[in-house]
Write a protein that binds this ligand. Structure first.
Ligand SMILES: [Zn+2]
Length: 737
């Protein structure tokens, strides 16, 4: 009897392979095997919302291999990850491979340990149709909304922009905060500090408990403070408890890894996945804080061994999660006796964080003594001044998570009515600060709070906003770009309901209900899509949002001295002559001159002049390939121009004014032919487009990320990239680019 066990990742296959006997053959599907085709029109049949799937590029071979192995086995087991996406992958494999009449079953485990895998193999089941349907609904919904909203933004705002069902509400949250910041009016106030000494000459710094807004009051407090003798009004000691926080969910892991380790949410997920696949932690996509009874027993044992029995306190954390069916556990080490694990430094750091949080969650409260000293002058005609101290008197769970400790602030010993010697008192003028921008961790917390997105989507939402250049990171905070603000503004004005918190959260709930089998797939989608489709259609009549308003009337067109308006270009807002296209005068948004065309030199091979220009989509170099168009002043259609001109974008990391002739020649070497694809015989080429460098083979576009370089990438590496599963949530590029 031989069994074929299918998982999605080679690393997971390797870990499981170690546990199973020779009757099992473990094979990896390497991610998704089928997806919606890129041509959106035929992707979904709106009658019944039936998606049309295609085998993903490079997956034919893997599916063929799985089929061959299945023929040699008596039974097939689908052991993809324990969530909806895993359920969907299992279903796709079952659909795409002809398993004949062989039994095909699903097994589920939340950690890749021998016990958990063996236990799961004892309880195989059928594919859960509700779970995989819920995943399908998400995919179809996101495709429809993304396609329709992006389409209308292309037409009404600017070509190439995108919008998404969950991405756009997240962007709106960031843009709303930005508006609050812009509208913020700082208010003046004064903090008053008094440096004092006790009778034993110990320093006791005090702060006035009131922060007056009026300067005269601040001055009065200082004057009285200087004139009168000081003494201690009261000393209050209170004991406070600090309880450990619940074990990690996806969202709290992303937040804590961001604040403590500086990891972005997507990095945290990538590292956590490696730990999971190596069998070191439980599944990393979860919104449950529950820990299994068995694991709690183990954790208590580990605490006893490391810190002593008196620190153990078994706690039960309740979960807000509504999905009983997917009631995962919290993220915890699979073996808490292992204190350090992982291959790379980042894996080790994340593992330690998970270890500390898990262990601390089953330990006693820490106890802190807080001291509050109030002091005043003898007349007490000014507000009390205060000093706050704290010291940990019992470490409790902080033993396991010392980074959570915080610093003790020791205050000198004083008693009521003790005299204090004033050294100095002064008032400092301050202004209230605007609300701060969201950090990545802060946005994850906000999304979870508002019910937008799910554990599997937080990281990709943020990554999409960054990849789309709707936000930039500034001191680890997310700041919307001009483009982000314009896109969000357009959506808020025209599709406010669909990108609202309530609508998005309700839709997530509906997807949960589909997973639970409480509501149907088709009805849910049609209830949504009929009104949505109508609303999108009604907006087709909107005028193109060509302008973002009038410019400061002092700004005049540099060419015709006419009125300027604000427009959105590739690199943000700029000022354009209101007579465009009759006059193409433009200025940067601050009113300074737009960089002029500059001749860089002569191309050594073609003998043609290379010019640096500044276009809608940023700076680029251009080489005129034929004379007739150079002498022609009339406007040509883009197509005929393209045949006569060679153009290449200046990469973002290079300042346009510093482009040398060598660099320009280098840029113009694009598009590069890398060679023929051995299977299709079609050419693979590399180029830089509006969304950055990419390679393309037969309409299959793949973005290039560092360290891959479009100028030097070779055919072998390009083949590797094309074989990788396509990123799920990226919006597909149109072929015509
Ligand atoms: Zn003009």
């Amino acid at each position: 009897m031989t069994k074929l066990l299918i998982v999605e990742s080679p690393a997971k296959a390797k870990t499981i392979g170690k546990y199973l006997g020779s009757e099992y053959k473990v094979v990896a599907s390497v991610g998704h095997v089928r997806d919606l085709p890129k041509s959106n029109k035929k992707a979904i049949n709106l009658d019944g919302f039936v998606p049309h799937y295609e085998v993903s590029a490079g997956k034919e071979k893997i599916l063929h291999e799985i089929g061959k192995l299945a023929k040699k086995s008596d039974e097939v087991l689908l052991a993809t990850d324990p969530d909806r996406e895993g359920e969907a992958i299992a279903w796709h494999i079952k659909e795409a491979v002809d398993f004949g009449r062989k039994p095909v079953q699903r097994v589920v485990f939340h950690e890749i340990t021998k016990d958990a895998v063996m236990e799961a193999l004892e309880h195989p089941r059928d594919i859960d149709e509700n779970l995989r349907r819920a995943q399908e609904a998400r995919r179809v919904l996101d495709r429809l909304v993304g396609y329709d909203l992006s389409g209308i933004i292309w037409k009404k705002v600017r070509y190439g922009l995108s919008a998404g069902r969950v991405q756009s509400p997240a962007l709106r949250i960031l843009v709303e905060r930005e508006r609050e910041i812009k509208a913020f009016k700082p208010e003046r106030y004064f903090t008053i500090t008094a440096e004092t000494k006790t009778s034993k000459k110990a320093e006791l710094p005090l702060v006035c408990s009131v922060e007056p807004a009026v300067e005269r009051e601040a001055e009065r407090i200082v004057v009285v403070g200087k004139r009168e003798p000081w003494n201690v009004v009261s000393v209050e000691e209170t004991e406070a408890r600090r309880s450990p926080r619940a074990p990690f969910t996806t969202s709290t892991l992303q937040q804590t890894a961001s604040t403590r380790l500086g990891f972005s949410p997507s990095r945290t997920m990538r590292v956590a996945q490696k730990l999971y696949e190596a069998g070191l932690i439980t599944y990393m996509r979860t919104d449950s804080t529950t820990i299994s009874k068995q694991a709690i027993g183990q954790i208590a044992g580990a605490i006893e061994k490391t810190f002593g029995r008196e620190l153990v306190l078994v706690r039960v954390f309740t979960t807000k999660s509504k999905n009983a069916q997917e009631a995962h556990e919290a993220i915890r080490p699979t073996n808490v006796f292992t204190r350090i694990a992982g291959h790379t430094p980042e894996e080790k750091k994340l593992y330690s964080l998970i270890w500390a949080r898990t262990t601390a969650s089953q330990m006693k409260d820490a106890r802190v003594m807080r001291t509050k000293i109030l002091a005043n002058t003898t007349s007490r005609s000014i507000p009390d001044f205060q000093a706050n101290g704290s010291r940990t008197i019992f470490q409790g769970w902080l033993e396991a998570d010392p980074d959570a400790r915080g610093e003790d602030v020791e205050l000198p010993k004083v008693a009521q009515d003790d005299k204090l010697e004033l050294i100095n008192i002064s008032a400092l003028e301050k202004f209230t600060e605007p609300p701060s921008r969201y950090s990545e961790a802060g946005l994850v917390r906000e999304l979870e709070k508002r019910g937008i997105g799910r554990p599997s989507t937080y990281a990709s939402i943020i990554k999409t906003l960054e990849d789309r250049e709707y936000v930039t990171k500034e001191n680890r905070n997310l700041r919307p770009t001009d483009t982000g603000e314009v896109v969000s503004g357009f959506l808020e004005d025209n599709f406010g309901k669909y990108i609202s918190d309530t609508f998005t959260a309700e839709m997530e709930d509906k997807l949960d209900y589909i997973a639970e089998g409480k509501i149907g797939y088709e009805k849910t989608l049609s209830d949504f899509y009929k009104p949505f489709g109508r609303d999108v259609k009604s907006k087709e009549k909107l005028a193109k949002a060509t302008t973002l308003g009038s410019a400061d009337p002092k700004m005049k067109c540099p060419k015709c001295n006419g009125v300027m308006i604000i427009k959105l270009g590739r690199s943000g807002k700029f000022l354009s002559c209101s007579k465009y296209p009759d006059c193409d005068g433009s200025l940067l948004i601050d009113g300074t001159e737009t960089p002029k065309d500059k001749i860089i030199g002569i191309h050594p091979n073609t003998g043609r002049e290379i010019t640096l220009k500044n276009g809608k989509y940023g700076p680029y170099v251009e080489m005129v390939m034929s004379e007739e168009i150079k002498n022609e002043e009339t406007k040509k259609s883009k197509k005929s121009k393209k045949q006569k001109l060679r153009r290449a974008s200046v990469p973002k990391e290079i300042k346009p004014e510093e482009v040398t002739l060598d660099q320009a020649v280098h840029f113009l070497s694009l598009p590069r032919e890398l060679g023929q694809h051995p299977e299709t015989g079609k050419i693979i080429s590399g180029n830089i487009g509006r969304f950055g460098p990419y390679i393309v083979h037969d309409g299959d576009f793949r973005s290039l990320k560092k360290p891959d370089d479009v100028y030097s990438i070779d055919l072998n590496r390009a083949m590797e990239i094309l074989k990788e599963p396509k990123k799920k949530r990226s919006f597909t590029r149109r072929k015509k680019e």
